[in-house]
Design a protein around this ligand. Structure first.
Ligand SMILES: [Zn+2]
Length: 169
């Protein structure tokens, strides 16, 4: 029986023993076996296609964000919608996209204080900065975090104007 995605029922003609896959697959892998604990010797629970796995991961990030109580100001949503390119997006979709993007960001620091002051707009709250995929997040140092605004990097370049912070903080 060929592997069938347990979610969307998509299938492809592969051998049903996934141990042989590395020899068979010459193209990007688009369906995966789900094995107990990911160990080849354990029980095969089923298959999931790359698209459903991607959706599952995105959903996990979104749900985690909700559970963590991450807040996004309307200002941040507006700035994000202004700065992104591509098709129109509803506020609701924007919020989900922002949460997914935020989950991928890493803390950064800037070369000059000048750059930071541009973001701050005379706010007196403590903030931190994170970065992913061309977007800089300005986040209030609170628990749960509040995303205050989102900037496109513009002229500022990674490893030139700003850097990833060392993990050990
Ligand atoms: Zn699927």
């Amino acid at each position: 029986m060929p592997p069938i995605c347990a979610i969307c029922k998509w299938t492809r003609p592969f051998p049903d023993d996934f141990n042989f896959w590395p020899h068979e697959v010459q193209e990007p892998i688009d369906i995966y076996p789900i094995i107990e604990c990911g160990k080849p010797t354990r029980r095969l629970k089923g298959y999931i296609c790359a698209r459903c796995l991607h959706d599952a991961n995105a959903s996990r990030i979104y749900i985690k964000s909700i559970m963590q109580g991450i807040k996004i100001t309307q200002h941040a949503v507006d700035r994000f919608l202004e700065r992104r390119t591509g098709e129109n997006m509803t506020t609701e979709t924007a919020r989900i996209t922002i949460l997914k993007l935020f989950a991928q960001t890493k803390p950064i620091r800037f070369k000059s204080k000048h750059t930071i002051h541009r973001f701050l707009n005379n706010r007196s709250i403590e903030v931190r900065y994170t970065y992913a995929q061309g977007f800089i997040f300005v986040v209030a140092k609170e628990e749960p975090p509040v995303i205050l605004t989102i900037e496109a990097t513009g002229d500022r370049k990674l490893n030139d104007d700003f850097w990833y912070e060392e993990e050990s903080e």
